[in-house]
Design a protein around this ligand. Sequence first.
Ligand SMILES: Nc1ncnc2c1ncn2[C@@H]1O[C@H](COP(=O)(O)OP(=O)(O)OP(=O)(O)O)[C@@H](O)[C@H]1O
Ligand code: SF4
Ligand SMILES: [Mg+2]
Length: 314
Amino acid sequence: MNLLEVDGVHVVHKIRGRGLLGHQHVYALTDAHLVVNPGETIGVVGESGCGKSTLAKVIVGLQRPTAGTVRFRGEPLDGGSGREVGMVFQDPSTALNRRLAVAKIIRDPLDVHKVGTPAERDDRVRELMSLVGLPTSVADAVPGQLSGGQRQRVAIARALALRPALLVADEPTSALDVSVRAQILNLLLDLREQLELAMVFVSHDIQTVSKMSDRIVTMYLGRIVEEAPVGAEARHPYTRALFSATPSLLHPVEPIVLTGPVPSATNPPSGCPFRTRCPKATAECAAELPPLAAAEGGHTYRCIHPEIPTEVSA
Ligand SMILES: Nc1ncnc2c1ncn2[C@@H]1O[C@H](COP(=O)(O)OP(=O)(O)OP(=O)(O)O)[C@@H](O)[C@H]1O
Ligand code: SF4
Ligand SMILES: [Mg+2]
């Protein structure tokens, strides 16, 4: 059975409009479908505002879908199954209660869910600290006394306290100094291996996502526009544009420059959401949402003029 299934999920925020306009709607997530299997890592990429954090929050149960369902091991995600999904946020300095000591922060989920005896909780906190590479000497420190990297280790320990099967990491290194980013990524890779975790890994950086993930989900204006196994050549022009912005030696791509602003999520374009910036757009692209097309290996995309890889002749 799959671990997590996101099925037709929409998230629409109502915001107050300007001037004479009444309410406006922000289409943060539109008709998202996603399956996460045990032990698998899904990478989520896309520009700012495309709905990555909304999807992450839906998966951990922090954002209630406006429509659609999220199931964990086949059951609707609720308070019970929520324990099996842990989350690490982008900025550890705002995600942690700054007045609490490290040991208390990590212990909090154990207290809330009344896991074991108080002595067993103390043991578990020590175990978690060692798991994420925090010295026992910081147990009584408050977050402000730690480095950014140490704070993110605290956040990871807390996310793992209830032994989740799935860890959702939303830009877990983007608030950190470049020098500690690799350490935190390596820690997540080690933990994934050791604890046989499934992961949903959100990042702007498509190269990091490629290194961490089994499959890559590309989002644009609230929609999943492509889902591809790592190593498969992207077929959607937007995914190719993201890849071409940080070229790799293995898969060289002609640079595709994205021009113009991302359209507003309150008023997404008709048809293909990418058509206002797509170098391959034709009049047809405005007519309707491109149907979901499939390639081998569970690779799916929504584009009517996809890039089809050509066979390299010897
Ligand atoms: N509570 C809210 N009320 C209104 N609009 C919201 C709310 N939360 C998110 N949005 C909007 O929903 C859209 C998706 O936001 P989201 O935070 O999921 O994007 P993101 O891909 O995580 O962006 P970033 O890369 O900047 O973190 C954006 O247009 C955002 O402004
Ligand atoms: S459907 Fe058209 S506009 Fe959309 S990505 Fe494909 S070519 Fe571009
Ligand atoms: Mg975000």
